[in-house]
Ligand binder design. Structure first.
Ligand code: HEC
Ligand code: HEC
Length: 188
């Protein structure tokens, strides 16, 4: 336990230094996520090159392994005791938090961990996607606890939505069904 705390404390000190350094050396140019540069095609919301589904899954596994090694023996403890900045997933066992990161968040959106995090600096909220994910969690909860239960005559006794319901492996949920490929004759 003391060793884990030391490691995490050291990480967070490094993170804070890094933050201060960035704040001092770079001009305050906000780069909000989701605002694509003018030259980029409008569908691009993340600056990093898009990984294939398999590449993203492999990278997530790699990072989960790294974090799992840091928390060995503490997997069953509540996330807020093991990690540093837990606001949403309080009470969730630390090991399960990593499964949520991998499948609940990463796979649902079709991204790697670095879509929301700077690798190795997991407690920082330096990428807007991380805070958006927290808001999305609140949104899902509001749908599940306030809105869905008020709809009568649904099939399920306890209907729920989660990240996958909307995202379905994409960063940006679809507003329409994929277009059918044009009929062959239309090409001529
Ligand atoms: C869609 C965004 C998103 C993705 C993708 C994501 N995370 Fe997270 N991560 C979060 C959010 C949000 C929190 C904070 C949860 C809270 O406040 O309860 C978090 C918290 C964490 C923490 C706790 C850090 C601390 O000390 O407070 C770790 C560790 C972590 N993530 C690792 C990962 C790993 C490893 C992956 C990839 C397998 C990953 N995350 C993918 C959004 C994401
Ligand atoms: C009710 C539908 C819905 C649900 C449920 C939902 N989202 Fe979203 N999400 C959206 C919409 C709509 C956007 C905005 C896309 C856009 O920019 O047009 C979005 C955007 C996001 C973004 C920002 C896009 C980016 O650059 O990554 C993140 C991160 C995100 N969602 C994470 C999550 C996570 C994590 C969950 C589950 C806790 C979740 N969402 C659940 C509809 C949803």
């Amino acid at each position: 336990m003391p060793r884990l705390h030391l490691t995490l404390a050291a990480l967070s000190v490094t993170a804070r230094f890094a933050l201060v350094a960035v704040a001092q050396t770079t001009p305050a140019v906000p780069t909000p996520a989701g605002v694509a540069p003018i030259t980029a095609p409008p569908a691009v919301t993340a600056p990093a090159p898009k990984l294939t589904t398999e590449e993203a899954a492999a990278e997530r596994e790699k990072y989960v392994k790294e974090v799992r090694a840091l928390i060995v023996g503490h997997e069953k403890e509540p996330a807020e005791k093991v990690f540093k900045d837990i606001k949403i997933l309080k009470g969730v066992p630390a090991g399960r938090l990593l499964a949520i990161m991998n499948f609940g968040y990463g796979r649902s959106l079709g991204v790697s961990c670095t879509h929301c995090h700077t690798a190795g600096e997991w407690d920082k909220s330096d990428k807007p996607q991380k805070e958006i994910a927290r808001e999305m969690s609140r949104l899902s909860k509001a749908i599940n606890t306030d809105l869905l239960p008020k709809i009568a005559n649904l099939d399920s006794k306890k209907p729920v939505v989660n990240c996958t319901t909307c995202h379905r492996g994409e960063v940006k949920p679809a507003l329409d069904l994929p277009e059918a490929p044009p009929p062959r004759s239309a090409a001529h």
